[in-house]
Structure formats: structure tokens, C-alpha cells
Design a protein around this ligand. Structure first.
Ligand code: KIV
Length: 273
């Protein structure tokens, strides 16, 4: 039985819970590897647009794209909770549209959905909860706001901005989200928001005091092909390992070392002359 949204909701560190560990995944092998590591939650993130599909931002994936990748992730039958991002414009055009789009992701196999934004999302969150769909919030450097922010910039750097973030977090909690991702804010702000809430926070670039952490699969494993953001710790350099392996294969093919006897089917007796 995989972890539920209520299980995750109870994971507040100041009440003695272990930090929540979340990693993104977008396909069956990725989800299998992530789940084998024993993480708590797998996020089928709209970072799909950047790290898998090669776009510069997350504005280029649809509900259908997300559902396609949710189906691939749940094909791994993960023990971890699977939460799927509602992509840009899938919850901005009215509550009916939002519930229908969230239902598409739930029917694809997600156990909850994540959406970006604060007080302006309360009506949508109410409607999703009326439809019995658990919701994770996302505040701070919300990537779907990249055009409005004028780039991927650290947020909540002034007293006013911190007050707005705290008010948004309180509104999301009041609306019933079970956890909130806090992205791209000074560590002290991550601490302050976490202290202000009864529900867990999951940080990405929000310092060490949030109730959990999330990283993007390709960043964590050195597969993103770009220099990592400040908040990323690459735990492996699989990009280099992959290129080295394929270079060895290329050389073996070109120099007649592959395939060898071990990779060749033996001659059937009838064909031996
Ligand atoms: O899409 C994503 O990967 C995310 C994480 C950055 C939290 O939303």
C-alpha cells in the first residue's frame, strides 16, 4: 500500500516526523529506480517540459502530456506516493475545467495533484477537494510564473514579499492542501514559512529547515546537461557515464569487437556444414 496524502500530511518534523523525501520521475525506468531507493513521494513534475522535452520553461506541456507520463510512472507500481503537476493553464480557466483536468491525471494513476499559486487558487482548491482530490500547493519561485517574474529569480527577498508568502501559505493550508512545495527562497524564509504552518513544507532551494526536500531526477543524477542551480547537489554524474559507455560501444562496433561470441547465437546443429 503506497503512502497516501494524509500520511504525508502528518509528516511535520517539529512533531518528530522524518523529513519527506520527494524526487521527480517521468517514465517507468525512472520511477522504478527512484522507488527502489525508498523515497516517500514521486512527483511527475511539469519540469518534464525542461528536462525531458527540451523546452526553456514549463509552459509547454499539456494535461495530455502529463497524463501520458503519469501512466508511465505508475507502470512501475511504486510504493511511493505519486503526485502529478497540473500544468500551466489547466486550472486557470475555471473550476470545472480544473477539476476535469485533475481527474484526467488521477485516472492516469496519480494519487494527488500539485498546483502553483497562493490566495488566488483557493476557489480551485475548494473545488478539487469537493471532488475528493488531494492537493499539494507550490509557492515561492513558481516556474509557471516565469514570464510574470521576468526570469527564474529567487523570491521573497523583502519584508513585504515574505508577508505575502506567509499569507499565501496560510490561505493554502486553510483551503486544505496537504503539503506545500516552497521553491527558490532564502533559507530563513523557508524556515519561517515552515514554522508558521501545521502542514509540511517540501523545499527546493528553500534551505535545510523545511519538512522535506524535492529534487529533479536529472539534476540529482547529473543528467540535465547544464550547470546545476545553487540549490542542487548532484549525487552522480550519469551524463558522463552514459557518454563514456556509448563511446566504448561506438569504438567496439567500428573496430569489430562487438558483437563477440558472447553476444552471438550459436550455430544450430542442422546449419553446421
Ligand atoms: O516540476 C517540477 O519538477 C517541480 C519541482 C521543481 C518542485 O515542480
Amino acid at each position: 500500500m503506497s503512502l497516501s496524502a494524509p500520511d504525508l500530511r502528518s509528516r511535520k518534523r517539529r512533531r518528530g516526523a522524518a523529513p519527506i523525501v520527494m524526487v521527480t520521475a517521468y517514465d517507468e525506468p525512472g520511477a522504478r529506480y527512484v522507488d527502489a531507493a525508498g523515497v516517500d513521494a514521486i512527483l511527475v513534475g511539469d519540469s518534464l517540459a525542461n528536462v525531458v522535452l527540451g523546452h526553456a520553461d514549463t509552459l509547454h506541456v499539456s494535461v495530455e502530456d502529463m497524463a501520458h507520463h503519469v501512466r508511465a510512472v505508475v507502470a512501475a507500481s511504486p510504493a511511493a506516493h505519486v503526485v502529478a503537476d497540473l500544468p500551466w493553464l489547466s486550472y486557470h480557466l475555471g473550476v470545472h475545467d480544473a477539476v476535469r483536468n485533475a481527474a484526467t491525471l488521477i485516472r492516469a494513476g496519480a494519487q494527488s495533484v500539485k498546483l502553483e499559486g497562493g490566495r488566488e487558487r483557493v476557489e480551485v482548491i475548494d473545488a478539487l477537494r469537493d471532488a475528493e482530490i488531494p492537493v499539494m500547493g507550490h509557492l515561492g519561485l513558481t516556474p509557471q510564473s516565469v514570464l510574470a517574474f521576468g526570469g527564474f529569480k529567487v523570491q521573497a527577498r523583502t519584508h513585504d514579499a515574505v508577508d505575502r508568502l506567509l499569507a499565501d501559505a496560510a490561505a493554502l493550508q486553510e483551503a486544505g492542501v496537504y503539503a506545500i512545495v516552497i521553491e527558490g527562497v532564502p533559507g530563513v524564509v523557508g524556515t519561517r514559512v515552515t514554522e508558521s504552518l501545521e502542514i509540511p513544507t517540501i523545499g527546493i532551494g528553500a534551505g535545510p529547515d523545511t519538512d522535506g526536500q524535492v529534487l529533479v531526477f536529472h539534476d540529482l543524477l547529473g543528467l540535465s546537461g547544464r550547470s546545476p542551480a545553487k540549490f542542487v547537489r548532484p549525487y552522480a554524474d550519469l551524463g558522463t557515464a552514459i557518454t563514456e559507455a556509448i563511446t566504448r560501444y561506438r569504438d567496439d562496433v567500428r573496430e569489430g569487437r562487438f558483437p563477440g561470441p558472447a553476444e552471438t547465437y550459436a550455430t544450430p546443429a542442422e546449419l553446421v556444414e
